[in-house]
Design a protein around this ligand. Structure first.
Ligand code: ATP
Length: 340
């Protein structure tokens, strides 16, 4: 899945790591989820046991990995990171689970992409901290039970609907992360700007927040691009000492094809295809994916949720449709009978 704003070099990754909040108190927004997690962690601490298994769903970059790290940090437990695509066989999972230390937090990103055989092993492991290892093949095959240390699984997925029910049911707590409000993203930008030592007046902070597609990771990435622009071009004439003002922000983000409401090139390509090529839809997901040369999963879990959220696209049983707001944004004339 194309990750909205995933840094692609090591320096950028290190910066992203440094900007991660390490406590629930520092984690901006998602107030309800934060409150629920706090209760879960407090209860586990009082009862001196591992916190329940946690499932986090939502589009990329909204803070699932960060929350897993916070769960480990706040409960004073070590954290092991893995991902669905790395677990291709039940044996991969058995090796991982049997190497966990007591109480360890195991984070499995993209848990919906784990092998089926591993999913079944995980049910038992989550419920009874036990797995059955199959030895041999055919009629002579036997299973050897293996006890595991208690652990807390934090699973993350962009597609909760793809998880089989028995797996979903074994999480004691599930939360869906929503896109952030501009005011919340402004807080993310302020915090990061202070940490990166970038001077940024309020208007410039809100401009970055407005263009961040509801996603903290994108807010941090855009801030880094604004900082680059400032380093190379210096502040605009009239800006406060060394500050990046709204003009600097606008110029930097235009350069990276982030439009005035934060849509990137792929978002606009998808909208443009629905509006112009398929005359407003309905158009099926795979046809749309071919038209823009992207994976259907990327369209479905990254592009579409945001376009639906801002009211530019609708999902009908017959496919995706564009709304009048999408036509307006692209400057395309409304066809007859569009207003639905
Ligand atoms: P993916 O599933 O693509 O890995 P994710 O949902 O796990 O994405 P994170 O990696 O946790 O997202 O977050 C991306 C970046 O956004 C982090 O560097 C973190 O600093 C920042 N971030 C995410 N959520 C918040 C938040 N609520 N407050 C402050 N910063 C945040």
């Amino acid at each position: 899945v194309r990750d909205a704003g995933t840094p692609d070099d090591e320096t950028e990754l290190a910066i992203e790591g440094a900007l991660r909040p390490t406590s629930l108190a520092e984690f901006v927004g998602q107030q309800k989820v934060r409150g629920q997690l706090q209760l879960l962690l407090d209860a586990a601490r009082i009862q001196q046991r591992s916190p329940d298994h946690i499932l986090l769903s939502g589009p990329p970059g909204l803070g699932k990995t960060t929350l897993a790290m916070i769960v480990a940090h706040e409960s004073g437990r070590p954290l092991r990171l893995s991902s669905g695509p790395a677990i291709q066989h039940a044996g991969d999972l058995a090796a991982l689970l049997s190497s966990l230390t007591p109480g360890e937090v195991l984070f499995i990103d993209e848990i919906h992409r784990m092998a089926r055989s591993a999913e079944e092993m995980l049910y038992l492991a989550m419920e009874d901290f036990r797995i059955d290892i199959m030895v041999g093949k055919g009629a002579g095959a036997t299973s050897i039970p293996l006890d595991l240390s208690p652990f807390t699984l934090v699973g993350a997925t962009t597609r909760a609907g793809l998880l089989p029910n028995p797996l979903r049911d074994r999480f004691g707590f599930t939360a869906h992360l929503e896109y952030y409000e501009p005011e919340e993203l402004e807080q993310v930008v302020s915090r990061s700007a202070a940490m990166l030592d970038v001077g940024l007046p309020g208007t410039a902070r809100s401009e970055i927040a407005r263009r961040s597609r509801g996603t903290p990771r994108i807010a941090n990435r855009l801030l880094r691009r604004v900082r680059d622009y400032l380093v190379v071009h210096g502040p605009s004439a009239g800006a406060e000492d060394g500050d990046a003002d709204v003009r600097t922000v606008g110029a930097a983000l235009d350069l990276y094809d982030v439009d005035a409401i934060g849509l990137d090139r792929l978002d606009r390509a998808v909208l443009d295809a629905v509006v112009r090529r398929f005359r407003g839809g309905p158009v099926g997901l795979s046809t749309l994916a071919v038209a823009v040369g992207e994976e259907p999963e990327t369209i479905e879990s990254v592009v579409e949720p945001y376009l639906v959220r801002i009211g530019f696209m609708g999902r009908t049983p017959r496919g995706r449709v564009a709304t009048p707001e999408a036509y307006d944004h692209l400057g395309a004339p409304h066809p007859d009978g569009l207003l639905r």
